[in-house]
Design a protein around this ligand. Structure first.
Ligand SMILES: [Zn+2]
Ligand SMILES: [Zn+2]
Length: 537
């Protein structure tokens, strides 16, 4: 009742926003919607029209020359072991800078905050940046689709693109490589060695870690300040028993049914989503992108302010999707995190909970674009007229490794068939009336699928719902007994969904959205991307 009162009081304030002619149209629409919903009592009265605030993260990066603080040389690169920048002229090593001005208190995050590197990409922005060399005055052209640095032909100074340009090539932050090429090679070799037996013979012949690449992939790191409300029903097991005679036994369950509600504040820290349409597209069968997704999470709290010197010796992929395209994914993943968090408070419902209504109100969000480091081995398998690109990827911070190895299906099928045959012969010869012997139909089939999954890892993914930093606060619970249910035949509540995950980019739910949101349009052409890969080798 108290809430309704508050709603009526605050209403004029919400409506008055409509009179403010200076607000952009979408904000107005949003305000109108909220006002309408407030009248209808659907949303809480604390809703405010979203405001956007941009934090400039490329401050002081204009002249294109990053100089050694000690000797002024511009030839600087990353010392992977120490995580420091090193002057290649005088060997002086110095600390990376942190981004300033971003919101660190997610509890009080409101509206929309974005790093200047996360701004919308301009569709026809050029990849080429022209600099005037501050040392000698010559004009130097840097093609950011190739590398964010170039040497001045005249004075040999390095010119770096650190200023954010509207083509998505310069992020707010970068997480420097922390794993050397040797370490990555070792991880990749171990991964493949463990999958040699059923590997495709041509792959075995051609496998070499010589051409692995260090790649900075573009991601969005999103902080979310939200309020979650879940409404549904849960069941608690009272008794489990069997019915029927010796020939036909069935299990039955008695359970208590409850009306369940959970309401809480939820903050999410650095929810990480790919922000290149090509990497986001995990549904295509021509590529094994999901293995790159599966090596998350990264220690994103150690991100530093972007500086093109971190990229020296590595390749990078440009961001080509904007925030609006990623919002549905982020919202779905935040909801997954809320649903999983609520489970901590639902231990009583051992038969599960069926949520009928899940509401996540995002009070504040902060978007930061970042380059995260990956060591990548890629292998193209040609199967008739089909091409499959297999990856083995190593997280260049945590060494987490995942990959896809082409399978010798002929060999795998033969071995599976032999196992199957043995077991069926055994099944026929076993002298028992028990139906249990029929499980011997399974081993050959199981063997096939277990091996297939070990080699291809087609369902591997990042577990955003559990591996993202988050905090649940101010939990309000309602558990109301409804009735005792007797003789149920299901071992779980019907329609159980409290452990379901909907925001994974492994499913193609979001694919149409992503395709619509690509900037430029040619990014999904696998042949073009391929050209880029080979060129880098
Ligand atoms: Zn120096
Ligand atoms: Zn020069």
């Amino acid at each position: 009742m108290a809430k309704t009162e508050k709603t009526t009081k605050e209403l004029p304030k919400e409506v008055s926003v409509e009179e403010n002619v200076e607000k952009p149209k979408n904000v107005l629409d949003e305000a109108k919607k909220i006002a309408k919903e407030t009248i209808e009592g659907k949303k809480e009265s604390t809703d405010k029209p979203e405001e956007k605030r941009i934090v400039k993260t490329d401050v002081g990066a204009k002249d294109g020359q990053n100089k050694c603080p000690k000797c002024g040389a511009t030839d600087i690169s990353l010392n992977v072991k120490k995580g420091l920048l090193r002057c290649n002229f005088c060997r002086f090593e110095f600390e990376p800078e942190k981004v300033e001005g971003l919101e660190t208190d997610i509890d009080h995050l409101s509206g929309e905050v974005l790093g200047s590197g996360a701004k919308d990409i301009v569709a026809d922005a050029s990849d080429v940046v022209t600099f005037k060399c501050t040392s000698c005055g010559a004009t130097v052209v840097v093609d950011t689709s190739e590398a964010p640095q170039a040497r001045c032909h005249w004075c040999r100074n390095t010119l770096s693109v650190n200023e954010q340009i509207p083509n998505g090539a310069i992020p707010d932050q970068v997480l420097p490589f922390g794993v050397s090429k040797d370490e990555a090679e070792k991880k990749i070799r171990e991964f493949v060695e463990a999958r040699k037996f059923f590997a495709h013979p041509l792959f075995k012949k051609e496998f070499t870690t010589a051409n692995i690449m260090g790649v900075y992939f573009p991601y969005m790191l999103v902080d979310v300040n939200s309020h979650s409300k879940l409404v549904g029903e849960g069941e608690h097991l009272v008794r489990r028993y069997t019915v029927g005679n010796d020939d036909h036994k069935e299990t039955r369950y008695d359970a208590d049914l409850y009306a369940v509600e959970r309401e809480f504040d939820l903050t999410v820290n650095d929810l990480t989503v790919e922000s290149s349409s090509d990497r986001l597209d995990n549904s295509q069968t021509a590529k094994t992108n999901n293995v790159i997704n599966a090596i998350m999470p990264f220690d994103t709290e150690n991100c530093v302010k972007y500086n093109s010197n971190y990229l020296k010796g590595y390749t990078s992929e440009k961001r080509d999707v904007n925030i609006d395209t990623l919002k549905p994914i982020v919202e779905a993943q935040a909801k997954d995190i809320a649903r999983m968090s609520a489970n901590e408070t639902l231990k009583h419902y051992d038969r599960g909970v069926r949520w009928e209504n899940e509401d996540l109100k995002i009070k504040g969000q902060q978007w930061k674009s970042a380059y995260l480091p990956v060591w990548l081995y890629s292998y193209q398998q040609v199967k008739g007229d089909k091409k499959i690109l297999h990856y083995v990827a190593v997280n260049a911070r945590t060494k987490e490794t995942m990959g896809s190895v082409p399978i010798n299906y002929t060999l795998l099928l033969i071995i599976s068939a032999i196992i199957e045959l043995f077991c069926i012969v055994a099944m026929i010869n076993i002298e028992t009336d028990s139906g249990i012997k029929y499980v011997l139909v399974l081993p050959g089939v199981l063997f096939f699928f277990i091996k297939k999954s070990k080699y291809r890892n087609a369902s591997a993914r990042h577990h955003h719902e559990s591996d993202t930093k988050h905090e649940m606060k101010n939990v309000e619970a309602k558990d109301e007994y409804i009735k005792r249910e007797n003789g149920l035949s299901n071992s779980q509540i019907r329609g159980k969904n409290n452990t379901s995950v909907y925001g994974s980019t492994n499913s193609n739910t979001f694919l149409d959205e992503i395709k619509k949101g690509i900037i430029g349009g040619d990014s999904l052409d696998p042949d073009d991307k391929m050209k880029l890969w080979w060129k880098m080798d």
